[in-house]
Design a binder for this molecule. Structure first.
Ligand SMILES: C[S@@+](CC[C@H](N)C(=O)[O-])C[C@H]1O[C@@H](n2cnc3c(N)ncnc32)[C@H](O)[C@@H]1O
Length: 225
């Protein structure tokens, strides 16, 4: 059954923000501990994107655009130019995307509304949004086959579904490509602390550590030396 024919189940996360459960992968798009919290604490802050003067974010899994919106909100507040490239192999429809609202300031909300307006009915190729705030490109591609920009990213938001249900993006070959896409000193963050995944990140060239997350949950930080 095509995912769009089955309902995406809404799920209120512990910080009050909404996420959805994917009808085929069977997992939530964001942490049950807090979708907005995870976007801000894990992806934005652990990668130090919130302190970067000109962040270039490469994301695996655009999903519901929660990480993008958290990063946009921060960059608009700080007045820094954001460049954001996100890969998405199984895009949701505009209606599904629009159903997940977040506590955004009016300027971020206007940019998000223009993205929704331009979100294609049949996504293919890429969608590009530009403005004085920065540039977002969503590439509707499978990351296992995608070509990443070389030495480009200051931060990598590695956010597929879990390795158990969505093993393809976690393969060593993808991690090696991500290492080549990272600039010197770039930081990759993700919610999985799988031992095998961390060994594969180290084999790809990253310096890997396990850091405290939320509650008992730890997160993975991988730095480009
Ligand atoms: C956990 S969700 C991402 C949540 C998202 N970062 C957000 O802020 O809303 C995982 C995403 O990875 C995408 N995905 C899974 N496998 C993929 C692949 N091989 N290539 C590209 N995207 C993939 C899924 O379609 C899904 O949108």
């Amino acid at each position: 059954m095509r995912p769009e024919l089955k309902p995406y189940q809404p799920l209120q996360t512990q910080d009050g923000s909404l996420t959805l459960v994917h009808p085929v992968f069977g997992e939530a798009y964001s942490s049950r501990h807090g979708a907005w919290m995870q976007a801000n604490e894990l992806y934005l802050k652990l990668t130090q994107t919130h302190q970067h003067p000109a962040p270039r974010v490469l994301e695996v899994g655009f999903g519901l655009g929660v990480n993008f919106r958290a990063t946009l909100e921060d960059c608009l507040k700080r007045g820094v130019f954001l460049e954001y490239i996100s890969y998405e192999g199984f895009p949701v429809s505009r209606g599904v995307l629009a159903s997940v609202e977040l506590p955004l300031s009016a300027p971020s909300q206007r940019i998000w509304a223009s993205l929704l307006k331009r979100w294609p009915a049949h996504p293919q190729g890429s969608l590009c949004l530009k403005g004085p705030w920065g540039r977002l490109e969503v590439r509707f591609e499978d990351v296992t086959a995608a070509l990443f920009p070389a030495g480009w990213a200051s931060a990598i938001y590695f956010d597929p579904f879990s390795p158990r249900v969505n093993p393809e993006p976690w393969q060593p070959r993808v991690l090696e490509k991500l290492f080549l896409a990272a600039s010197s000193g770039a930081r990759l963050a993700t919610y999985s602390v799988s031992g095998r995944f961390r060994r594969d990140l180290a084999a790809a060239g990253f310096v890997v550590s396990k850091v405290p997350g939320v509650g008992k949950k730890a997160w993975t930080l991988a730095e480009h030396p």
